[in-house]
Design a protein around this ligand. Sequence first.
Ligand SMILES: Cc1ncc(COP(=O)(O)O)c(C=O)c1O
Length: 388
Amino acid sequence: MASGWAAEELASLQARGLRRYLEPLDSPQGPVVRIGGESLVNFSSNDYLGLAASATVRAAAVAAVERHGLGSGASRLVVGDTTAHHRLEARLAAFERAEAALLFNSGYAANTGVIPALVGPGDAVFSDALNHASLVDGCRLSRARVVVYPHADVEALSRELERAPARRKLVVTDTVFSMDGDVAPLADIVQACRAHGAALMVDEAHATGVLGPRGAGLCEELGLESRVDLRMGTLGKALGGLGAYVATSRRVADLLVSRARPFVFSTALPAAVCAAAEAAVDVVEKDVELRERLWRNIRRFAQGLQALGLRAEARSAVFPVVLGSPERALEVAERLRGAGVLVKAIRPPTVPEGTSRLRFCLSAAHTLGHVDLALDALGRAGVHRRDY
Ligand SMILES: Cc1ncc(COP(=O)(O)O)c(C=O)c1O
């Protein structure tokens, strides 16, 4: 029965250019990856600092596997909690200059767990129109009234905050928007929240390790750490591992331990993943050159896109090249692949209809030669002629 349903749905996805396929890597994550015997320069990974396969992170994970084994055996509240989890949480709290940090198994789990733990029926949650799907799903699961405000429009947000008759008001926003690479007007959002008695949660998934003098994200860059109630950061992107954390007050962290369902009802991260993340945070904080190399690549790529006549700002490691239809995005991705450049087409529902795109992610591990190869391939694919 279900196979029949699936066949129908798959045919519909295929007809609209929206079917997805898996493509296994036959190499570690890195600036060059192997897929199906082909070596490709990889512009689709969120491994912004090249830590996923780094010797330091690997060694920390291997040592922890030797010490703790692999599986954690249970949720943290049962018997899956280890000293490695607590060490990492203390390290992350210090890194984020927060009272506390609490681990989650992924950013998706954090966002879908935290929002319903804080707001519910009778409350309102205000969400940027371009927020990541995990924030969107967290809002839906909370059963609070969801108010979606136009992207980065703080005036509209303020108006909505003003007229919402809710018991509790929570604003949620990405800091770096995952598919556009632009940055939220955070100082103004903080002010709007203050003015209307709202709490603020930000998602720093694409800012952690990339922005801020120590790599702690946009809140750190703007000196707003103490003015944001909850800051979610991921361990699976610039930190090269898996999982996520929420930096917040001790009281909020304590509440999440009892209330956030993905925390309560899911097997804990392996201790080895925690040990690897701890090593990665040390690298992020100490290896300033790594971030400088990432920013050198970001600037070079932004300049190259501008030279092709495309709009581009060096504000994060994410660059969208918007092409319009799914078919056009797939076609250009295929042409780039022919030139040795791996960049996946991003299509609805990940991005709004009519804005299918190539999403380039820069890494500190890219050489300038890699960056120029991508620019050259884009030029040859005729993308400078902008059909969108
Ligand atoms: C902005 C944002 N938030 C949350 C997530 C989810 O994080 P994770 O991959 O750790 O589940 C992602 C990406 O996957 C993201 O881009």
